[in-house]
Design a protein around this ligand. Structure first.
Ligand code: HEM
Length: 322
């Protein structure tokens, strides 16, 4: 009886809902009658998802390479999902801010700890062969990776370190974008010629990246922090979470990623060219890139030594022990 009353009340509410939008409830109830039950595989589009791993060679390990890139892109999407909510949020709620950062950091933690799948999980001999079929594609062309940076901080903080002090937020987005650090990384310094990897990326994504940079101008995650009151800015949980994000995104992920470049591309007699054509040993180290999303929260010393310990460890393992 109680159940019947509940159903009657639900039908009344439905009638009201559909009447309000000029719809006929009875027709929708027919639809409900004929609708198939939802399954797990339809809900998450499993068949589509599992059909997206399409190797270009017959080397079995290439599938690991594809899948791990795809997994990473999905995590990048989760990170952007949280970043967008932060940028859209107009409250000054420090707990909300810290909670979103905590989620982002938890995604980075997974990415950093799982990178062994790349470093140890493939045969070098296979890698060096199937990568030749992937030229000139490179993870360098990950647009989500670049979007994460643009949502995190002002474009002036992403200018190449060699000329960062010549630019400020007063410069136009277009000008700052032209001097963004990764463009230099994929340009032949002697001829000024851009690599094909970079040219293709620019052609495909420049309008979109510029649009996002304009949309979040003075409204990035860093600006959200800068706009807090004096006391809120001192919140230790918040500062710790911001520092963790900076180190995760700009040192620790880079560290693990560069570990894979070392494993596959380093040779006793000269290094193997990167697929994207960069001089990767000079481009990838975090202490050379010096990308810092939230400079205000560090001391001068911390900024000067950004990621340095790691480079010492990688290039001069003996020296870094002392
Ligand atoms: C065996 C594994 C890997 C190797 C050897 C490798 C190697 C490289 C190299 C040499 C570069 C410099 C650009 C170039 O010349 O191509 C690069 C850039 C990059 N790769 Fe990878 N990579 C690996 C895995 C990954 C994975 C799994 C991702 C995930 C999406 C990724 C994302 C990136 C990104 C975002 C950059 C640009 C980094 C920056 O601008 O600081 N890579 N990679």
């Amino acid at each position: 009886m109680k159940n019947r009353e509940q159903i009657n009340s639900q039908i009344s509410k439905l009638e009201e809902k559909y009447k309000d939008s000029g719809q006929d409830l009875s027709s929708y109830l027919d639809g409900l009658l004929h609708q198939r039950y939802l399954t797990y595989w339809d809900y998450i589009h499993l068949d589509t998802l599992l059909s997206l791993q399409v190797p270009r060679t017959h080397f079995p390990d290439e599938e690991i390479f594809i899948m791990y890139h795809q997994i990473t892109e999905l995590y990048f999407k989760l990170i952007l999902h949280e970043q967008k909510q932060l940028v859209d949020d107009k409250s000054d709620d420090v707990n909300f801010f810290a909670e979103k950062l905590r989620r982002i950091n938890s995604y980075y933690t997974v990415l950093i700890s799982s990178f062994g799948i790349m470093i140890k999980g493939m045969e070098r001999e296979q890698f060096l062969q199937y990568r030749m079929a992937l030229l000139p594609a490179s993870g360098f062309q990950s647009a989500q990776f670049r979007m994460i940076e643009i949502y995190a901080t002002g474009l002036e903080n992403l200018v190449h370190v060699s000329e960062r002090n010549q630019f400020s937020k007063a410069d136009s987005i277009e000008q700052l974008y032209e001097h963004i650090y990764w463009k230099k990384g994929a340009t032949d310094l002697s001829t000024g010629e851009k690599t094909l990897t970079l040219k293709q990326f620019e052609y495909r994504y420049t309008p979109r990246l510029i649009r996002i940079a304009k949309q979040v101008k003075e409204a990035t995650i860093y600006h959200k922090y800068l706009g807090l009151s004096k006391s809120q800015k001192k919140d230790t949980d918040l500062i710790e979470a911001l520092k963790a994000l900076d180190v995760n995104a700009n040192v620790n992920w880079q560290l693990m990623h560069m570990g894979s470049a070392h494993r596959y591309l380093r040779k006793d007699t000269g290094d193997i060219d990167a697929t994207g054509g960069t001089n990767w040993k000079e481009y990838l180290p975090p202490s050379f890139q010096k990308i810092v999303f939230f400079p205000e929260i560090y001391t001068e010393d911390e900024l000067n030594n950004w990621g340095k310990q790691w480079v010492d460890h990688m290039f001069n393992p003996d020296k870094s022990k002392h």
